[in-house]
Write a protein that binds this ligand. Sequence first.
Ligand code: ZN
Length: 290
Amino acid sequence: MTLDRQRSIATTAEVSGFGLFGGIDCRLVFHPAEEGSGIAFRRVDLPHSRPVPATAEFVARVPRRTALSDGHSTIETVEHVMAALAGLCIDNCLVELDAPEAPIGDGSALPFVEALLVAGIVEQSAEVEAFRPASPFSVEGNGGQTIEANGDPEYRVRYSLDYGPGSPIPKQSACVAVRPETFLREIAGARTFVLASEIEGLRAMGYGRRATTENLLVFHDGGIEDNSLRWPDECARHKLLDAIGDLALCGGRLTGHFHATRSGHHLNHEMARRLTTFPNSSRQTLRRAA
Ligand SMILES: [Zn+2]
């Protein structure tokens, strides 16, 4: 696979469903976009809406998901869409939605990946400039969460998950070199999960009215409710998927090795933000593999 030229899709691709948090029906359409334009989301149900660039600058602070807003349009739960685009190394795409939140599908990035692959990926003429950590650095959360970054030539992400002793989700770690083949095989199908003990609180906040065990893995002390795992470490793989989607909010491709330990969306966004600012990061042209 040659990765040194910018990529978009050949034609439009559509994914329909409902949002996990708000439960509203949504039709999401991926459109081809000019080279150099990046990824942006536009709400077609709102008058006078403009495309909102998928960059850390436009991240709105909401719990448990990634939302973008320009003050007029808000687009929620974009992380699995972003992971699908980043995992397939699609640089330029306009994503239109007719609702506030992207469809959840089966809780993974697979519905988006499949639609994008059917549309077909096209190589454009402009070269890819990737963000790369200039030297090792890390970001830290208040509860000991960390993401460590270094400037390895290959883009790799490791996620280490630890909900502590007694959690129905055991301690686990997953790692992937982020390329279309590996993303598709190892990460794209990893699904969203929740602890049964959290559900009541989420429902009280009005979330997840239409969620079922078909789009949300529910863990309780006895195992998983009415479903089974695609991988023994599917939870770590899903957190890795979220991290790939969130790190793409730096606004371009990445190189370097990122090790996330117990990080969530907020810390992922912080890393994306830091990657766009000197002296943490440099830009480099990606070269075609021999
Ligand atoms: Zn997720």
